[in-house]
Design a protein around this ligand. Structure first.
Ligand code: PMP
Length: 392
């Protein structure tokens, strides 16, 4: 069994380090999914999700599954064969969303970033919106393969002006990046439990605002996916919201207990304070990487996510060897994911309950790893740069 001391600090872009109280909920004796106490917990979770997504008029759906199911549930309920989708493509997870939309029989138009690490030009998106009518615009808020952050506020506004619904993949953003759904008028946002919401993997979460529900309710064809069909889940979510028992598929009871604990912690911190903490800690990591002479995948700070960093390995350094050394120094980081640059970069997750002390531990392990693989740098410069940002 892993002990507190033998446990390595997990700083990948999900799953992340979880709060002890969240983990303790997983060890609770499992209640019935229709027990009054559990109904109260699930109802509170749905209420609190509206607070965290900043969508007072939103309908949350919490399903057993990973983020990919959340992506599929969101679009499968909204798309019918022959519908057009405009996809804002910023990397690996945007490609996945395109593949999912295609399964619904939709016709996909992609607007791609000019280069890996960048975002598509707004003029190109505007042109595409003028040429055709799209049912949905899909946006990856943070593409976890490149660490690229999209301007959801502007994109959602462009979609609205074109009478197109916006669907935001917030798997690597919800609970870490600013995403005030109602204020930005985003129609659907989705996430998974294991990232900035701070709960072990297993929950697929979708928030649908009124226009999305109206589109779903006006469908002419049944939803192709039986499990993800909102016709099955909407009555269940509504029942829990009004504190009544209901059953369609057995909910992952202990994960819902854990989500209840985590959402309470998130709300106690406050959404603005939480986003500000993510920005500050992200800037600390990025300052350290720059001080150490490492470039980053995002083209410029304005398109860089705050939930993870994606640094390039220094010239001449064996990436796999470096990650192994960092691991030996006690910190687990992730390798590359985007196929075009996979071997050239690595990824550091910094979301959820991450603290300044975690950031310093990670930077220290990176410095140790860099020294062990023979990279020449000013020892301590990364730590000093991170510390300056953390101290403000
Ligand atoms: N979208 C994004 C932006 C992601 O980062 C991920 C997971 N890394 C997914 C979707 C898919 O989530 P899951 O792995 O939980 O299916």
């Amino acid at each position: 069994m892993t002990t507190q001391k033998s446990h390595k600090l997990l700083m990948i872009p999900g799953p992340i380090e979880f709060e002890p109280a969240v983990l303790a909920a997983l060890a609770e004796p499992t209640p019935s999914h229709v027990a009054p106490d559990f109904i109260e917990v699930f109802g509170r979770v749905l209420d609190n999700l509206r607070t965290v997504f900043q969508a007072p008029d939103g309908q949350p759906f919490v399903l057993a599954g990973s983020g990919t199911l959340a992506m599929e549930a969101a679009v499968a309920n909204l798309l019918e064969a022959g519908d057009r989708v405009l996809q804002i493509n910023t990397g690996y997870f945007s490609d996945r969303m395109a593949a999912i939309c295609e399964r619904s029989g939709a016709i996909i138009t992609q607007v791609r970033a000019p280069a890996i690490g960048d975002v598509p030009a707004l003029e190109e998106i505007q042109m595409a919106l003028q040429q055709d009518h799209y049912t949905l615009m899909t946006i990856t808020h943070v593409d976890t393969s490149t660490g690229v952050l999209t301007d959801v506020q502007t994109l959602a506004q462009m979609a609205r002006s074109a009478h197109t619904l916006s669907v935001v993949d917030g798997v690597c953003s919800v609970g870490g990046e600013a995403l005030p759904m109602a204020e930005w008028d985003v129609d659907v946002a989705l996430t998974a439990s294991q990232k900035a919401l701070g709960v072990p993997p297993g929950l697929a979460i979708v928030m649908a605002r009124p226009r999305a529900l109206a589109l779903f309710q006006g469908r002419t064809q049944p939803v192709a996916s039986y499990y993800a069909d909102w016709s099955n889940w909407l009555p269940i979510m509504q029942a829990y919201q009004s504190r009544k028992p209901a059953y369609f598929g057995t909910p992952p009871v202990n994960l819902v207990l854990a989500l209840d604990v985590s959402l309470a912690q998130i709300i106690a911190e406050g959404m603005d304070a939480r986003v500000a903490r993510h920005i500050r800690l992200s800037e600390a990591v990025k300052a350290a990487l720059t001080a150490l002479g490492l470039g980053q995948a995002p083209a410029r700070p304005a398109v860089a996510a705050h939930t993870l960093s994606a640094p390039y390995f220094p010239e001449g350094v064996d990436g796999a060897a470096l990650l192994a050394k960092i691991n030996a120094a006690g910190v687990v980081l992730a390798g590359g994911l985007h196929p075009a640059i996979r071997a050239r970069y690595f990824r550091i997750g910094h979301m959820g309950a991450v603290s300044g002390a975690d950031i310093l531990a990670a930077v220290s392990a990176i410095e140790q790893g860099l020294r062990d693989v023979g990279y020449q740098f000013d020892a301590g410069s990364g730590l000093a740069a991170a510390q300056r940002v953390i101290e403000g």
